[in-house]
Design a binder for this molecule. Sequence first.
Ligand SMILES: C[S@@+](CC[C@H](N)C(=O)[O-])C[C@H]1O[C@@H](n2cnc3c(N)ncnc32)[C@H](O)[C@@H]1O
Length: 256
Amino acid sequence: MKVTSYQQHLLSDIERLTAFYEAIHKKSKGIIYDLGTGSGVFSSWAAPLAHFVYAVEKDPFTAKLAKKNLKPFKNVSLIVNNAQNIIFPENADLIICEMMDTALIDEEQVPVLNSVRKYLNKNGEIIPCGVFNGVEAVHVNTAHPSYQEGRTPQHELMSRLIIYDQIDFKKYIKENVAFRIPISINKQGTVSGIKITTFTLLTPQLICGPTPMMNPPLLIPTNKLKVRNGENIILNLEYSMGGGLDTIRASIERIS
Ligand SMILES: C[S@@+](CC[C@H](N)C(=O)[O-])C[C@H]1O[C@@H](n2cnc3c(N)ncnc32)[C@H](O)[C@@H]1O
């Protein structure tokens, strides 16, 4: 398979690939859309099990790669366009869409699914089928939202993980969201940030945590608050799904 370095990194993430492979193998049938096909890897797995696959890629350079890799498959059509602009000639039994990002903020998963979902047959399925987002209060020194890579940025957990949002990709998803999350502090110190962790449901039975190339935990700075063990505080969190990291607003406050 021909690859660019970004696509190579995606293809080196065995945990991510294994989870998608299992889901695609289980669910592929009939008419399939593979939105954001990249190197074409998911279409190449789905094609032998499908009647027809529409592989969609908006980046023309990446699409050249998909074209080479998908050449052997006679039942795959590559469409080079933004998935939101396409009028599909037939409905889908399965939509595969991997434009995932932590809390779905920095990639187009949500706007794309909100515009393409109307083409999904009534009993059709989506891979992944949804996400759970969790949040923890942390002590962290970072000037802007940063994805965790190994131990960087260094941080100290100040609470347990709370699931604050659950998203079902088959239903309309509100893109601009605001949460007010009560959280119990379990350590004395200073809270200065929020950590978001996203769990991906490939199928209702197959859940995948963060992998190196899919949804690494996101550390977001907030105002600073001195806290006691056992104290309850409020995390305020706003963002636009698909709007990018600049749309994030995060702060913490005491419960008055
Ligand atoms: C995370 S990569 C996934 C690539 C491949 N499916 C894989 O999992 O290895 C997301 C791909 O979606 C493409 N993409 C992002 N937004 C898109 C959109 N609105 N329409 C079509 N393709 C898009 C990107 O160019 C990129 O190639």
